[in-house]
Design a protein around this ligand. Structure first.
Ligand SMILES: [Zn+2]
Length: 461
C-alpha cells in the first residue's frame, strides 16, 4: 500500500478498529492491537537505481535514484519524487489566500523526476521533468528540511497535539498548580488567555472566576475557545434538579466519576461547567486526572495497562427520543502514546455479547478494577465547591468529574454547561502559541508556588 494511501486510511483515532465492521471489533481482545492505528510499516528502501540526468551537479547531502531521493538533512531514506512533488507549497500549487491545493496527488505523473536541484541558502530548490500537465519549466518547488521532516500543521508530539506532553496531577499537586483566571482577563487579555490555554493543554483543568451573573456567560466562555458543540441536550445545557430525571446528572444523588457523552462517536473534547447557584449543602465537584492514574498503572502494572488498551467498553444512551451507542477502549493509544482515557461507568451498557468468541479473560476485569479503584483514591481526587461566578473547564477525555450529593431543601444548585470539540481547542492552542509565543512558552508560575494556595489563587488575580 502506498505511503499516501496508508496515511489517508489512518483516521485520526483508532483507525484500525473503525476500518472493520462492528462485529469484528475485538472487545476484550486477547490478541492483536486493536487500539493502535496500524503501525507505519516502513519497508526497507529499495535500491536507489540509476539516477536521472540533472542540468547541474547533484548538491551536497542529496543522493538520487530512479524514483526516489535521499536527503541527509531530513534524516530519512528514499523519499519518492512523487511525494516530494506532492509537498510543494509554492503559490502555483497552493493558493496563498485560501491555502487550498490547485492540483491532485493523482495528477502527478509516476515518472516525474527532478531536472535540477540546488541549495539556496538553507532551502532545497527543485525543478522537475515530467511535471504535472499545465506546469511550465519555471515551476520551482522550495523545501525547508525542517518542513520535510515534520510537515504536519499540528505535529503529534508538539506542545499542542494530542500526544503532547502533559503535566499529571493528583490532589495535592492540583491544589498547587490549579490555574484561575478572571473572566475579564480571559475575554480581554490575549496573553493571559494564552497562558490559561497553555495550562489547559498541560493539566486538562482550569478555572475562570468573576463571571458576570448570567446564563449567557457559559457560551461566551466556551466560544473564546471554539464553536459550541451542539448535542440533543442543546448547545448549552443546565444541571439542576428536575423531577423524573432521565439522566442521573439531574438528580441530587452522588454522581460518580464519569466522562460525558461517551456513547457518541465524537465525545466532546472539552467541557465547561459554569456555576450560577450553589447555596445547597453538598454539591462539591470532584476531578481526577485519568492520565495520571493510567500512567501510574503503566509503571506499577504494565501488563494490566496493556490490557486496558485493548479492553473496550460499551456506552449507551437508550431512550425513546434519542438512542446512542458506541464503544471505546479504556486507554486509547496512538503511535504508542495515550491520547484519550475513555471511562464513564454511569453510561455503560451491556457487553456480554461484544466478544463473539465468548472468551473474556478474567484478568481484564482485574485490570479494570485496579484502574477504577485508583481513580477514586482520595489522594487522586481534587475536590472543590464551585461558587457562583466560577467556571471549571476540563478535558473531557482525560479528566473525569464527579459530584457529591446535595440537599436542595437547604438551598439551590444550578450549573450551566457547554462543550467544545477537541479539534477546535487544539486549533485555539495553536493560534495562542503562534500569536502569544511569550505567554505560551513562559514556564508556568506554579512551578515556583508553594503548596496549598487554592483559596488565595481564587481571590487574587
Ligand atoms: Zn509548486
Amino acid at each position: 500500500m502506498s505511503y499516501l494511501l496508508r496515511t489517508a486510511l489512518r483516521s485520526s483515532r483508532a483507525a484500525g478498529s473503525f476500518a472493520r465492521p462492528l462485529s469484528h471489533r475485538a472487545f476484550f481482545a486477547t490478541e492483536g492491537n486493536v487500539t493502535k492505528p496500524r503501525p507505519w510499516v516502513k519497508q526497507p528502501a529499495p535500491e536507489l537505481g540509476p539516477p536521472p540526468e540533472l542540468e547541474g551537479p547533484v548538491p551536497r547531502g542529496v543522493k538520487l535514484g530512479t524514483h526516489r531521493m535521499e536527503i541527509d538533512a531530513t534524516g530519512d531514506k528514499g523519499r519518492l519524487y512523487t511525494l516530494i512533488r506532492d509537498s510543494c507549497k509554492c503559490s502555483i500549487c497552493v493558493n496563498p489566500h485560501s491555502k487550498q491545493r490547485n492540483f491532485r496527488t493523482t495528477d502527478i505523473p509516476d515518472n516525474i523526476t527532478p531536472r535540477s536541484i540546488e541549495w539556496v541558502e538553507d532551502k532545497l530548490e527543485i525543478k522537475w521533468s515530467n511535471d504535472i500537465k499545465g506546469y511550465d519549466a519555471s515551476h520551482t518547488s522550495t523545501y525547508d528540511p525542517a518542513t520535510l521532516r515534520s510537515p504536519w500543521a499540528i505535529a503529534r508530539g508538539s506542545d499542542i497535539g494530542r500526544n503532547r506532553h502533559r503535566v499529571d496531577w493528583n490532589n495535592e499537586q492540583m491544589d498547587t498548580i490549579q490555574h484561575w483566571i478572571s473572566y475579564n482577563d480571559y475575554i480581554n487579555d490575549d496573553a493571559k488567555f494564552a497562558t490559561a490555554m497553555r495550562q489547559l493543554a498541560l493539566t486538562g483543568l482550569i478555572f475562570v472566576r468573576d463571571i458576570p451573573e448570567s446564563r449567557e456567560m457559559v457560551e461566551k466562555v466556551a466560544t473564546r475557545m471554539g464553536p459550541l458543540r451542539n448535542t440533543f441536550y442543546g448547545s448549552t445545557w443546565d444541571v439542576r434538579t428536575v423531577p423524573e430525571a432521565k439522566n442521573v446528572a439531574y438528580t441530587n444523588a452522588f454522581l460518580g466519576f464519569h466522562m460525558d457523552l461517551m456513547y457518541m462517536n465524537e465525545p466532546p473534547g472539552y467541557q465547561l461547567l459554569h456555576c450560577l447557584q450553589n447555596s445547597c449543602d453538598g454539591g462539591e465537584s470532584l476531578f481526577v486526572d485519568g492520565f495520571r492514574v493510567a500512567k501510574e498503572m503503566a509503571k506499577k502494572n504494565p501488563d494490566g495497562y496493556n490490557k486496558l488498551a485493548k479492553v473496550w467498553l460499551n456506552y449507551e444512551y437508550n431512550h425513546k427520543e434519542h438512542t446512542y451507542n458506541n464503544q471505546w477502549p479504556v486507554f486509547e493509544m496512538e503511535h504508542g502514546h495515550l491520547v484519550h482515557v475513555n471511562y464513564s461507568p454511569p453510561f455503560q451498557g451491556p457487553m456480554h455479547q461484544m466478544h463473539l468468541s465468548g472468551h473474556v479473560p478474567r484478568e481484564n476485569f482485574a485490570a479494570l478494577r485496579e484502574f477504577a479503584e485508583a481513580l477514586e483514591k482520595e489522594e487522586n481526587t481534587f475536590e472543590l465547591k464551585l461558587n457562583p461566578g466560577e467556571c471549571a473547564i476540563f478535558e473531557n477525555r482525560r479528566v473525569l468529574h464527579a459530584r457529591r450529593q446535595f440537599n436542595t431543601s437547604s438551598g439551590s444548585r444550578w450549573l450551566a454547561g457547554a462543550y467544545v470539540d477537541e479539534d477546535a481547542v487544539i486549533s485555539r492552542f495553536k493560534v495562542c502559541r503562534n500569536s502569544q509565543m511569550h505567554a505560551w512558552r513562559t514556564y508556568p508560575q506554579w512551578m515556583h508556588v508553594e503548596m496549598g494556595r487554592r483559596r488565595s489563587l481564587r481571590e487574587s488575580s
